[in-house]
Each structure stands twice: as structure tokens, then as C-alpha cells.
Design a protein around this ligand. Structure first.
Ligand SMILES: [Zn+2]
Length: 99
């Protein structure tokens, strides 16, 4: 599990980290889960669109169109974990396995 300082260091800049902290709100996620060392989630965008989000070690991925990588969704997933949010054990859904 990463600390908030480590997540901040992964963020493209301080604004991205601030956005990630806002994203670390269970209400912004339709589903959250843990599969082994991987965290995953289905994030909900402002227009109700959903994103497949994945984090495992330093490998962060998201299906959103943001050009800022890692995006606030994948960083937000790590912040949720750092803040003690419980992730139910659940296999990665189809489409969540990035290489
Ligand atoms: Zn994203």
C-alpha cells in the first residue's frame, strides 16, 4: 500500500494530486475491488460515463480520455486505499486487465 506522500510523488503535479484526493470518495465509484495485489474500480465521471481503473504496484491504468497520466482516477484509487477504505475481494472484471 502506498502512502499519501508516495501517491503525491506519482502525481504529474500538485493539482493532479488534489483532484485525486477528491476522487477518493466512494460516491464517485460504482464498484471497487481487490484482486491479489491489484486494486480496481469502476469510476463514474461527471456526465455519468464510467471508467475502468486499475492499480497494481506502480502500474496504473484507466480507460478515461485524460492525457495526464497517471490520471486522477488511478491515483484516487490509491488514495482510497491509503485512507483505509475497504476493497472487497473480487476478481478483476472483463476489460480491467491492462498490460
Ligand atoms: Zn482516468
Amino acid at each position: 500500500m502506498k502512502t499519501l506522500d508516495e501517491i503525491k510523488a506519482l502525481s504529474p503535479d500538485s493539482r493532479a494530486f488534489a483532484a485525486a484526493r477528491k476522487q477518493a470518495n466512494p460516491a464517485k465509484w460504482r464498484r471497487l475491488g481487490r484482486d491479489g495485489d491489484a486494486l480496481w474500480g469502476v469510476g463514474v465521471g461527471s456526465k455519468g460515463d464510467t471508467y475502468a481503473v486499475f492499480a497494481s504496484g506502480d502500474r496504473l491504468a484507466c480507460s478515461c480520455p485524460s492525457r495526464r497520466q497517471p490520471c486522477k482516477h488511478s491515483l484516487g484509487l490509491l488514495v482510497l486505499e491509503a485512507e483505509g477504505h475497504a476493497f472487497p475481494e473480487e476478481a478483476l472484471p472483463e476489460g480491467h486487465r491492462y498490460s
